[in-house]
Design a protein around this ligand. Structure first.
Ligand SMILES: NC(=O)c1ccc[n+]([C@@H]2O[C@H](COP(=O)([O-])OP(=O)(O)OC[C@H]3O[C@@H](n4cnc5c(N)ncnc54)[C@H](OP(=O)(O)O)[C@@H]3O)[C@@H](O)[C@H]2O)c1
Ligand SMILES: *[C@@H]1O[C@H](CO)[C@@H](O)[C@H](O)[C@H]1NC(C)=O
Ligand SMILES: *[C@@H]1O[C@H](CO)[C@@H](O)[C@H](O)[C@H]1NC(C)=O
Length: 325
């Protein structure tokens, strides 16, 4: 059996761990020895007024991993939800894994700690579990009021600097940004660091130049873009892959999305599951951590409920046929 299959089966067999009223998802051990739950709640576009409730519903449903980012503008709501669940006695801080991300306008090494500090204050938790470089590219830092003034605070920064709609990049090497990320670990306010949207050549270059290996690479990953080569590359090096947009972002209504396909509907029917559950299960069985986003309570539950069935090799082959990117 391949290493990935082995990991998949280990995850499958440990999935029946029960704690309190909820069945929780199992965790994977990261390369720094810490543990990360294999199902998390995504929060991109979980907007003001709905994000806090969604995170509370997710904790109730058994999620113990929440994915946010400075960019999403909802770190305060995520933090409020987690603190309220801690105050209620439903969870302890160490039971839940909180991920946030360094935005592209803060890649200059002297800006990394300042940007982290802002996210840390927004979340208002005793520590952050994982901080990611959101993208392997840097934007120039300019004031959001359009003036030439130097932004005085993180919130003064234009997050999408552009000229006629084209992003204005800055010439900062992500290796230098990563070294500043390594420095954050010494503060004790963040326990793990990782990257996002890195391809294999970028991973290769980073790993050859730095001392601390990222614990995860968070990338777009779903049947239409299954990332099997990147998953193998990372897992061979004890780096997890976190699958973002694991449902394929159905709201973009792209053609041929697996979640809408009759073949996936048939597989779902055979297991008494939904197409969304089959799609999530596929990336999970390939060895990825999945972070579906929903703000609807029923779907939050549905997306978590992928641990009590498994796709056969034939069904995995059908799912493999959707890969087209
Ligand atoms: N690192 C990065 O660059 C990056 C980029 C993108 C995303 N992410 C992270 O990954 C998370 C997930 O990705 P995503 O939000 O882009 O896309 P996604 O999880 O693939 O899809 C979310 C969309 O699917 C709908 N949905 C949720 N559950 C469903 C179900 N069971 N059946 C049918 N539709 C369902 C949601 O609507 P409702 O909310 O109305 O249910 C929402 O519109 C993000 O929230 C974010 O945390 C990271
Ligand atoms: C990955 O790293 C962790 C922590 O050091 C270790 O316990 C685990 O055995 C490693 N796994 C593999 C497959 O090397
Ligand atoms: C931050 O958390 C502390 C303790 O949990 C709480 O007393 C305080 O009100 C919170 N601050 C904000 C701005 O929410």
């Amino acid at each position: 059996m391949s290493k990935l299959r082995t990991i998949g089966w280990i995850l499958f067999f440990t999935s029946s761990i029960v704690s309190g009223a909820n069945t929780l998802a199992p965790s994977v051990r990261l390369n720094n020895g810490l543990e990360m739950p294999v199902i998390g709640l995504g929060t991109y576009l979980a907007n003001e007024g709905e994000c806090e409730r969604a995170v509370r519903d997710a904790i109730d449903a058994g999620y113990r991993h929440i994915d946010t980012a400075y960019l999403y503008g909802n770190e305060k709501e995520v933090g409020n939800a987690i603190r309220s669940k801690i105050d209620e006695g439903a969870i302890r801080r160490e039971d839940v894994f909180i991920v946030t991300k360094l935005w592209n306008t803060f890649h200059r090494p002297d800006q990394v700690e300042k940007a982290f500090q802002k996210s840390f204050e927004n979340l208002n938790l005793t520590y952050i579990d994982l901080y990611l470089i959101h993208f392997p590219l840097a934007y120039k830092q300019v004031h959001k009021d359009g003036s030439d003034r130097t932004p005085q605070s993180v919130d003064d920064v234009n997050l999408f600097p552009n000229v006629n709609g084209r992003p204005v990049y800055d010439d900062i090497d992500y290796v230098d940004t990563w070294r500043a990320m390594e420095g954050l670990l010494q503060t004790g306010n963040v326990r793990s660091i990782g990257v996002s949207n890195f391809d294999i050549p970028q991973m290769e270059r980073l790993l050859s130049q730095v001392t601390i290996t990222p614990v995860t690479n968070q990338v777009e990953c779903h049947p239409n873009h299954n990332q099997l080569p990147l998953i193998k590359y990372c897992n061979d090096r004890n780096i997890t892959v976190t699958a973002y947009s694991p449902l394929g972002r159905p709201y973009l209504a792209k053609n041929n999305l697996a979640i809408n396909d009759p073949k996936v509907q048939a597989i779902a029917a055979a297991h008494n599951k939904t197409p969304a559950q089959v799609v999530l299960r596929y990336s999970y069985q390939n060895g990825a951590i999945v972070i579906p986003k929903s703000t609807k309570q029923q779907r939050i539950k549905e997306n978590f409920n992928i641990l009590d069935f498994s796709l056969t090799p034939e069904e995995m082959n059908v799912m493999n046929s959707f890969n087209n990117e």
